[in-house]
Design a protein around this ligand. Structure first.
Ligand code: MEV
Length: 313
């Protein structure tokens, strides 16, 4: 049997701008997706998250929608590497699909890494990235692939779409408070809405994306020097630009403002926006920032960041 695990992610800086070729900073989180694979007669899937037991993929063409990432990964791998034997796959772990922490990219990475190990296909990380990113695009139709890179390489990365830049940010730990809005965001829809607005007014959006790019690169330096007050102030600037892009929301604003009022150095939404999570860099009073986020209706989630990338054994 092969057992693979990959981390979820949290966007620190540069969401949306990264889709337009700019830099972003992403960190891997200690919630992990796990896939266990073993050779078998058929191709079958068990998923704890989706309560699916022993679903047999017939000819790889009857795909239940909950399993589209799993089934598309299997199909792509089988076609590309002309695999003949069957496989039984069970997925689970602590990375649930609800928080928007990148469970779909983590599952693709786990399945591809696991199949490669099981069928002895040599797959260096760069190829694993290229294959997983292609599958991600096939299923979602959009996306920069930052979540795929994070699932593979882990830690904290400076990233440019398509893997043009995948560079480790030299940091051991990041003091972050994370608040979940309770609202599940549908990333492909939000990315499409931004694309529609971009077509109507490219200059306006290009200026915003250029400014976000500068913030992400500056943030990388400040993070490496542990200048948390400065990192916080860059978060505030990034949040202002995300507001201008129209991807913030009433709930996110309330949580961000509550964190700031409680003394956080800075706060912003994390990810596509509209819902999912916000992040804050607390000053000394971590508990006060957490309480303020809760009072604003958010759920504080306890996650460690800078986690390891994909692992297989
Ligand atoms: C979503 O978590 C982040 C976006 O930048 C989309 C992407 O980069 O794929 C909005």
């Amino acid at each position: 049997m092969v057992s693979v695990s990959a981390p979820g992610k949290l966007m620190l800086f540069g969401e949306h701008a990264v889709v337009y070729g700019k830099h972003c900073i992403v960190t891997a989180v200690d919630k992990r997706l796990i896939a266990n694979l073993q050779r078998s007669k058929d191709i079958s899937i068990n998923s704890m998250d989706y309560k699916i037991r022993n679903y047999v993929l017939d000819k790889l063409d009857k795909l239940p929608s909950e399993l589209k990432f799993v089934s598309s990964s299997i199909r792509y791998f089988y076609d590309k590497y002309r695999i003949k034997g069957g496989v039984s796959i069970a997925t689970g772990g602590t990375l649930k699909s609800s928080y928007g922490l990148g469970s779909s990219s983590a599952i693709i990475v786990c399945i591809i890494k696991g199949l490669a190990k099981l069928f002895r296909v040599p797959l260096p990380n760069r190829t694993l990235f290229d294959v997983s990113y292609k599958i991600n695009r096939l299923v979602q139709g959009a996306g920069s692939g930052f979540d795929v890179a994070s699932a593979i390489y882990g830690k904290t990365l400076n990233y440019v779409a398509g893997g043009k830049v995948i560079q480790k940010v030299k940091v051991k730990d990041l003091p972050l408070v994370i608040g979940y809005t309770g609202i599940k965001a549908h990333t492909p829809t939000i990315v499409k809405e931004v694309a529609n607005r971009y077509r109507e007014n490219p200059e306006y959006h290009d200026d915003i994306f250029d400014d976000i790019d500068k913030i992400s690169l500056k943030a990388k330096d400040e993070i490496e020097h542990k200048k948390w007050r400065k990192v916080g102030s860059l978060m505030d600037k990034n949040q202002e630009l995300l507001r201008k892009l129209g991807v913030s929301s009433f709930k996110l604003e309330e949580m961000v403002n509550a964190a700031k009022d409680a003394g956080a150095y800075g706060a912003k939404l994390s990810g596509a926006g509209v819902g999912d999570c916000m992040i804050a860099i607390p000053d000394g009073s971590v508990e006060a920032v957490k309480d303020a986020i809760k009072e604003a209706g958010g759920q504080v989630i306890s996650i460690k960041v800078n986690a390891d990338g994909v692992k297989a054994n």
